[in-house]
Design a protein around this ligand. Structure first.
Ligand code: GDP
Ligand code: IMO
Ligand code: MG
Length: 429
């Protein structure tokens, strides 16, 4: 029985939500293992759109859904998202959702700090989602985070809050903003404690039990490999590891449980926020892709930057995430273009290279080397079988496979759940 990890192979927003939703019909458990409510995953089912940020996409099908220890959890947002889904007819209860007891919390002070840093005129603007993700992970590795289960231990919660505030109030004094009182933070947490505590679980144990019982586990990555804190376009990255390896550490199920890594890959490239983007197009093509692809952020509503497919980046992701096969999404957005360019290598200081260099300066300096393919005039939108694809579209898909060194296991041709072509079932690996 195969367990499958879904990861974004570019800068996020590749269509992970749609593919996880589709695959979750075949899965028993869906697990988020990193990130938080910086993610925005869209599912479209019979014309109805669902947008998930913190909750695993499996909740929409009523599959057992798990928020692993690698996720940072904003308890207030959690309550809101559960309510929003309830308004759409999706009932979330502890029967279908478990939250790792050892997941760190995102607090209002993290959100505030994220915003202050982004608004500062000095330093580096990352263009974060301002949801407190980075500051919450800092406290986690700094060993002063408040974790979900701490809410169940009122006797020791206050001392944990005081320790956290020793750090934060020193920071706040330095920034010239009001210090926070332990009582106020305690109250903030007590407001939500009884709403989140019913969901907590020993997730590593629960997943081990599921695995032993033969369940199929689907891991739902957030963001994309180029936003990975180690392997991405640092410092313009998120604060977690987004590569597939994190599925093991962020859930407590060891790496031997992973059988297949599916890289969700957009047929062109987008990025939201600051940072290098070699194939970014500020002209007609960038506009075309953004308009046709409805490239606006789910979480922040920001316009996404757009450009041609960059095979150098995805080839690198295939290696850093150990991708077995890809799901190629949004092929339909390219319908009707006379020609389509693909970045096959970079030029850096007069030399040709076939990888993304690690240094920030070099990442800014690389210029793409393109190959041009003929486009297709027919439509692929809504295609549900390989046979419906025009020959030139098939050529494009085959060319991408060759360049990145991984096969296409799935193809997506519209936002709708069923407009999907299965080439190879990842669960049957
Ligand atoms: P995620 O963060 O990876 O889950 O992706 P987002 O939901 O942020 O962005 C992907 C967008 O593309 C959403 O609006 C999806 O509904 C949409 N989408 C997904 N697959 C396809 C596809 O094959 N074609 C088109 N046209 N849209 C798609
Ligand atoms: P999904 O799961 C695209 C980007 C932000 C910013 C950087 C750091 O929907 O693909 P953060 O708030 O995480 O500290 O911001 O990461 N970012 C995303 N971009 N898709 C996402 O998630 C993202 N989550 C964070 O725009 O550049
Ligand atoms: Mg998204």
């Amino acid at each position: 029985m195969a367990n499958v990890v879904v990861v974004g192979s570019q800068w996020g927003d590749e269509g992970k939500g749609k593919i996880v939703d589709w695959l979750s019909e075949r899965a028993d458990v869906v697990v988020r293992y990193q990130g938080g409510h910086n993610a925005g995953h869209t599912l479209v089912i019979d014309g109805v759109s669902y947008k998930l940020s913190l909750l695993p996409s499996g909740v929409v099908r009523g599959k057992l859904s798990v928020i692993g220890n690698g996720v940072v959890v904003d308890p207030h947002h959690f309550v809101e998202e559960v309510k929003k889904l309830a308004d759409q007819g999706i009932t979330i209860s502890p029967e279908v959702l478990r939250i790792a007891e050892n997941a760190p919390l995102i607090l209002s002070l993290h959100r505030e700090l994220d915003g202050i840093r982004e608004n500062a005129n000095s330093g580096l603007k990352i263009g974060t989602t301002r949801r407190g993700i980075g500051p919450a992970y800092e406290d986690k590795v700094g060993r002063r985070a408040i974790r979900v289960m701490d809410l169940a231990e009122p006797d020791t919660l206050m001392s944990k809050i005081e320790r956290l505030l020793t750090h934060h109030n020193a920071l706040r004094r330095g920034m010239g903003i009001d210090e926070l009182s332990a009582d106020a933070l305690h109250d903030e947490l007590m407001q939500v404690a009884d709403k989140i505590l019913p969901y907590i679980d020993r997730v590593w144990y629960q997943l081990d039990q599921q695995r032993r019982a033969g369940a199929r586990i689907l891991f739902e990555g957030a963001q994309g490999a180029l936003l990975d804190n180690d392997h991405g376009t640092y410092p313009f990255v998120t604060s977690s590891n987004t590569v597939a390896g994190q599925a093991a550490a962020g859930s407590g199920l060891g790496p031997t449980a992973i059988d297949y890594v599916l890289g969700i890959t957009k047929a062109y490239t987008t990025r939201v926020g600051e940072g290098p983007f070699p194939t970014e197009d500020h002209g007609e093509i960038g506009n075309f892709l953004g308009t046709r692809g409805h490239e606006f952020g789910v979480v922040t509503g920001r316009k996404r930057r757009c450009g041609w497919f960059d095979a150098v980046l995805v080839r690198q992701t295939v290696k850093t995430s150990g991708i077995t096969g890809i799901a190629l999404t949004k092929l339909d957005v390219l319908d009707g273009l006379d020609e389509i360019k693909v970045c096959v290598g970079y030029e850096l200081d007069g030399e040709r290279i076939d990888y993304l260099p690690a240094s920030m300066g070099a990442q800014e300096r690389v210029t793409p080397i393109y190959e041009t393919l003929q486009g297709w005039s027919e439509t692929t939108a809504g295609a549900r079988s390989w046979a419906e694809l025009p020959a030139q579209a098939v050529k494009y898909v085959r060319y991408i496979e060759e360049l990145i060194g991984a096969p296409v296991a799935m193809l997506s041709t519209s936002p709708e759940r069923l407009d999907t072509i299965l080439v190879h079932d990842p669960f049957q690996d």
